[in-house]
Design a protein around this ligand. Structure first.
Ligand SMILES: NC(=O)c1ccc[n+]([C@@H]2O[C@H](COP(=O)([O-])OP(=O)(O)OC[C@H]3O[C@@H](n4cnc5c(N)ncnc54)[C@H](O)[C@@H]3O)[C@@H](O)[C@H]2O)c1
Length: 353
């Protein structure tokens, strides 16, 4: 089977995608510098593969900082020219708040690692890339649901979001410059909405270091007793219960979206396409708290506090394009998201530690 390079494959979304690709028989090489992950996640992936009866697992892990071009080239040269058919590029720093206090670190890491990756992919004849982008690129979009043609780049409130927007632009320019090549480049940009949940085994999941930035890891840490209460940032938005509404998507559905993107590029060489990956449903903070209370059987204490600067009232996707063009759609609902998140959190109260 063709070999796929997964940058950042030890992280939250990467590990779930490894499982999905192994199920389909792909050979995989993960490159990760472990800045926000550990090799334990890959050990767990191997356990899951065994539990699921996946045969002939071909999963290699290279610990390497992609910003170090020489070290990164050693990984490519190990597999030789055309050693990778395609690449899924997850690697990057992603903490919104931290990106505002350490913007250079974010620009440096996220942009340089991408440019090194493209340089080496070109040199070693790997011309298909899936990029992990984010709904953040839509900034303060006001008209819901958000489609792929909604304006991007304006009203982005943080350096992290701007790196995603810039990388989309870099990939676009690069793909265009190779259009007339014998083997043109294919680029698929996936704009994730709010990934949550975990593999149903509860063996892998999101393992934030320090206080979580995102709602659901925080909620689950309150449920498991690691944190006392949840701060809800504002209850006076123009939404049904006053709290912010977002489009949460199960990470296994999201992982399937990457498989669909790879197959899409197999069929359509030379494309540059953007897809929203969301469910199209919006849930409020309090909807999520109640759903997690139901899944965990625990009371989740919360306090209403001031709005957070930069937050918008409502954000949800129109994901019809992904269905029509890649045949992908989210299948799992709120109950499965919370059930599987609870399986992960309750089995691993301190994450992979
Ligand atoms: N989780 C979300 O809510 C969300 C939403 C939208 C987009 N994304 C994007 O999806 C991608 C994956 O997100 P995630 O939640 O799995 O994050 P994660 O932090 O769990 O995984 C990212 C991985 O990249 C690795 N990494 C970072 N810089 C690297 C470098 N220079 N060299 C090698 N490895 C490096 C980290 O060690 C980590 O394992 C990221 O690009 C993120 O910005 C995530």
């Amino acid at each position: 089977m063709p070999r796929v390079l997964l940058t950042g494959g030890c992280g939250f979304i990467g590990t779930h995608t490894v499982v999905v690709l192994l199920r389909s028989g792909y050979s995989i090489t993960v490159v990760d510098n472990l800045i926000n992950s550990s090799l334990k996640s890959i050990e767990r992936v191997r356990e899951i593969a065994k539990d699921e009866g996946i045969e002939n697992v071909d999963l290699e892990v290279e610990v390497c900082d992609m910003c170090d071009l020489d070290a990164f080239e050693k990984v490519f040269s190990k597999y030789g020219p055309s050693g990778f058919l395609s690449c899924i590029h997850f690697a990057g720093l992603k903490a919104v708040g931290e990106s505002m206090s350490l913007p250079l670190l974010y620009y440096q890491n996220n942009l340089i690692n991408t440019m090194n990756l493209l340089t080496l992919m070109e040199k070693y004849s790997c011309h298909r890339i899936v990029f992990s982008s984010s709904a953040t690129v839509y900034g303060a979009a006001e008209v819901m649901p958000i489609t792929e043609s909604t304006r991007v780049g304006e009203g982005i409130t943080n350096a992290y979001g701007r790196t995603k927007y810039m990388i989309e632009g870099i990939l676009g320019d690069f793909q265009k410059s190779k259009e007339k090549n014998e083997t043109p480049w294919s680029v698929t940009i996936l704009r994730y909405f709010n990934p949550v949940g975990a593999h149903p085994s509860g063996k892998i999941g999101e393992d934030p270091s320090g206080p979580p930035n995102n709602l659901m890891p925080y909620v689950s840490q309150v449920a498991v007793g690691r944190r006392e209460f949840l701060s809800v940032f504002g209850n006076d938005y123009d939404t049904p219960d006053g709290t912010g509404v977002r489009d949460y998507i199960h990470v296994m559905d999201l992982a399937e979206g990457h498989l669909s993107a790879i197959k899409f590029m197999d069929k359509k060489p030379g494309v540059y396409e953007v897809f929203n990956l969301g469910t199209g449903n919006g849930y409020s903070v309090l909807d999520m708290v109640r759903a997690m209370e139901k899944a965990s059987g625990r009371k989740i204490e919360y306090k209403i506090v001031e709005r957070r600067p930069g937050d918008i009232a409502t954000c949800y996707a129109n994901a019809v394009k992904a269905k029509e063009e890649m045949g992908w759609e989210a299948k799992l609902g709120l109950n499965e998201m919370c059930r599987d998140l609870w399986a992960w959190q309750s089995n691993n109260p301190k994450g992979f530690e």
